[in-house]
Design a protein around this ligand. Sequence first.
Ligand SMILES: CC(C)(COP(=O)(O)OP(=O)(O)OC[C@H]1O[C@@H](n2cnc3c(N)ncnc32)[C@H](O)[C@@H]1OP(=O)(O)O)[C@@H](O)C(=O)NCCC(=O)NCCS
Length: 152
Amino acid sequence: MTEIRRATEDDTAALVEVLAWLPIRSRVIETSPEGDLQVNKDRLRNPYWCTLVAVDPDSQRVQGAAVGYDSRYFESATAHSGTPPIAKLEDLAVQSEYERKGIGANLVQAFEEWARSRGCVRVEISGGPKPAFYEKCGYERQSPFFRFVKNL
Ligand SMILES: CC(C)(COP(=O)(O)OP(=O)(O)OC[C@H]1O[C@@H](n2cnc3c(N)ncnc32)[C@H](O)[C@@H]1OP(=O)(O)O)[C@@H](O)C(=O)NCCC(=O)NCCS
């Protein structure tokens, strides 16, 4: 049984390992002045951001991770768009040896719960190489942007 929880700074090495190989750099991974990959601690702590890890409760090994944010993070304090907030799931990765065990779907579901708790009305996911996975999670593909959306 896999446990899904919010990532902490103690998960830094595991997050770098799980997320670093995604084709697009994760929004919580950055390069240190020394040139090493590290986690953006501000985003890890920021309430508008959600970084989740899927953990094997016995070994404590991180099996996967999901990173996203509440769209209000990118709105300035004074400029309210007037549209209901949405959540964007930016990065999702499951270690290859743990694929097809439901961990990815559990991470997406936990992200949706976080988004709902913040009052977001929709989750959006941009692209990704496995559309069948998102469709199985209940997302609808929007053309022509290759975006997947689900109303909460
Ligand atoms: C995409 C990814 C997150 C899916 O995670 P996962 O834990 O393997 O997925 P799940 O086991 O929760 O799959 C749920 C359902 O999605 C569908 N699905 C998942 N992977 C699939 C694949 N490769 N082909 C077709 N359908 C797939 C299946 O219907 C699956 O249910 P089933 O196994 O009972 O048939 C994982 O494969 C991954 O990390 N891939 C590499 C990185 C990536 O592509 N990230 C997403 C874009 S940033």
